[in-house]
Design a protein around this ligand. Structure first.
Ligand code: AGP
Length: 603
């Protein structure tokens, strides 16, 4: 899941491309490269490592030219190295390509090229595209790119420069995101919005099997039959500031602090006259006998929380499936199944495949997505949008929290439609949810306590998260958050499971983070806490239960009172801050953790 960008216009391309790559670096940071069209040749500079390494490499070099493409890489095929970096040139150096995605038949294509005496310089799948383009070049870069596309299997978003087509930039896509930005000073291609938002908020969303031909003064679109097609220009509502750090040391901390506002915005979007309210009101739930939630990573964890909420409020069975499993398990879904897909980016390959599998089996698909115009938003039968704004840090925080409140609103809509709650219970739940932004704001004032406590936790090799029922669901997210950014091994367990094996791992000074937000299970969870303390563990207890006595073994972080079912929206704030400050104290690259990327657009 690389980041690609391109520009053609009246300005020098190099600074625009480099600035765009800075905004795309959260998509991959194994290497970076740039290709600039300079009158009679294409200059290609690429460098292993973070964008800063390429920046240093470019110092003192004058890459002149008003047309260029750039790439930041998340390595899938071929180790991170200079030769495997993009842009890739064909053997005659007449066509340069940047690629996001995976070419699944690259081995057979490589053999066919080698049989024609064309050998590849790199170990990547992507280079075959540049070599094929040079081999099939027919004097027209659009028809050439279509010829190449017809031979590719897999997923791709491409930017292409051709020495024989000096005044154009070509882009095409299949199964990976690509937008075309238009501005007075020229036109852009980019993997996503923040990369070009400084220059324009006017974009076209390229759909699968479409080609864009960009010139300095316009953009033309073609389908893969070479026919001209028309597309709608859309306006992005996100502000430029929302894609900046705003004075915070990391996007993650900024996004954690934005949660009261984005929660309020997302809640308002379910109440006021908006698309979300329409979608909720138009949902006809009468025909469904089963609800399946499917997603990946943190979005999956939001689904696990939602299962407890929907089953409890609506007395309706909910299955939660990992999308990467759901897509290949021949799932038992049909026309009587409502499949809910959750995704921040709307571009996660496994979740897209799960969506297509569910639709193919006749299920009704409802997506919860943060990015307007994304593939999942466009392909689902209906879609609810979280109002988190652009989320730059790889580890999701604000988008996760807005997914929770949209799922609560959905559960209440289900309960209302099924008459599962009395009107006063429904009103009480709605009133309780409306208090969440304020309660989150009060929790964010506890950063100092968490920062101090986290500093004492950087040495742990392994940390356990435990909870019962919905606390177990949010413990999953706490554990993932910590792993993602601190590189400390951690696992989440249903507290009652500990004594069936895992407790053998508890020894002197092991850290256990325990969540207890419902009085009903307070005693049960506290006995699990005492069990681990008696084996030497230290415990960070997060909950809203009176009568807890902190001691040298037990640190207690109190949460504001809250309905048990909505308490994940509060406990997750503490879990996010804890993970952030542990990673910050370790001096790690929090916004761009190793081996990760923000949007997993490949399998
Ligand atoms: C979460 O912090 C991670 N970035 C990752 O687990 C993420 O939740 C997962 O890749 C799903 O992404 P999506 O919500 O964009 O589909």
């Amino acid at each position: 899941m690389c980041g690609i960008i391109g520009y053609i216009g009246s300005k020098q391309a190099t600074p625009l491309i480099m600035e765009g790559l800075r905004k795309l670096e959260y998509r991959g940071y194994d290497s970076a490269g740039i290709a600039i069209f300079d009158s009679d040749h294409i200059d290609v500079i690429k460098q292993k490592g973070k964008l800063s390494a390429l920046k240093r490499r470019l110092e003192g070099l004058h890459l002149e030219g008003q047309i260029g493409i750039g790439h930041t890489r998340w390595a899938t095929h071929g180790e991170p190295s200079e030769v495997n970096s993009h842009p890739h040139l064909g053997g005659q150096e007449r066509i340069a390509v940047v690629h996001n995605g995976i070419i699944e038949n690259y081995r057979s294509l490589t053999e066919r090229l080698e049989a024609k005496g064309i050998s590849l310089a790199s170990q990547t799948d992507s280079e075959v595209i540049a070599q094929l383009a040079e081999y099939y070049y027919d004097g027209n870069i659009v028809s050439t790119s279509i010829k190449v596309a017809h031979r590719l299997e897999g997923s791709y978003a491409l930017g292409m420069l051709s020495l024989d087509d000096p005044d154009v930039l070509v882009a095409l896509k299949k199964d990976n995101p690509l937008i075309i930005g238009v501005s007075e000073a020229g036109n852009f291609i980019a993997s996503d919005v923040p990369a070009i938002l400084r220059h324009t908020n006017k974009v076209y969303y390229l759909d699968d099997k479409e080609v864009a031909l960009l010139t300095r003064n316009g953009v033309r679109f073609f389908n893969f039959d070479g026919e001209v097609i028309e597309k709608c220009l859309e306006t992005i509502t996100w502000s430029m500031d929302s894609a900046e750090k705003g004075g915070y040391p990391h996007f993650m901390l900024k996004e954690i602090m934005e949660q009261p506002r984005v929660l309020e915005d997302t809640l308002q979007s379910t109440l006021s006259d908006s698309a979300n309210k329409q979608v909720l009101e138009n949902l006809d739930l009468s025909g469904y006998t089963k609800v399946v939630i499917t997603a990946c990573g943190s979005a999956y964890n939001a689904g696990v929380v939602a299962r407890y909420v929907i089953e409890s409020l609506c007395r309706l069975t909910v299955e939660v499936e990992l999308a990467s499993e759901f897509r290949y398990k021949d799932p038992l879904v049909d026309g009587k199944t409502l499949v809910i897909l959750i995704s921040q980016s709307g571009e996660t390959a496994d979740t897209i495949a799960a969506l297509r599998e569910a639709r193919a089996k006749g299920a009704f698909t409802l997506a919860i997505v943060n990015v307007v115009g994304s593939t999942i938003a466009k392909e689902a039968n209906t879609c609810l949008f979280t109002a988190a704004g652009p989320e730059i840090a790889v580890a999701t925080t604000k988008a996760f929290s807005t997914q929770l409140v949209l799922l609560y609103a959905l559960a209440l809509r289900f309960a209302e439609a099924r008459g599962a709650l009395a009107p006063e219970q429904l009103a009480a739940c709605k009133a309780e949810i409306a208090t969440l932004p304020g309660k989150v704001a009060s929790l964010l004032e506890q950063v100092d306590t968490l920062q101090k406590y986290a500093a004492s936790c950087v040495g742990y090799k392994s940390i356990f998260f435990i909870g019962r029922n919905i606390d177990y669901a949010i413990a999953l997210e706490g554990s993932l958050k910590l792993k993602e950014i601190s590189y400390i091994h951690s696992e989440a367990y249903a507290a009652g499971e500990l004594k069936h094996g895992t407790i053998s791992l508890i020894e002197e000074d092991t850290l256990v983070v325990a969540l207890v937000t419902n009085e009903r299970l307070f005693e049960k969870t506290m006995s699990n806490v005492e069990q681990v303390i008696s084996r030497g563990a230290k415990v960070l207890l997060i909950g809203n239960c009176p009568g807890v006595q902190p001691n040298e073994k037990l640190t207690f972080v109190s949460l504001p009172a809250c309905f048990e079912l909505f308490s994940p929206s509060l406990s997750v704030i503490i879990l996010q801050l804890f993970s952030y400050y542990v990673a910050a104290d370790k001096g790690l690259d929090i916004d761009k953790p190793r081996n990760l990327a923000k949007s997993v657009t490949v399998e």
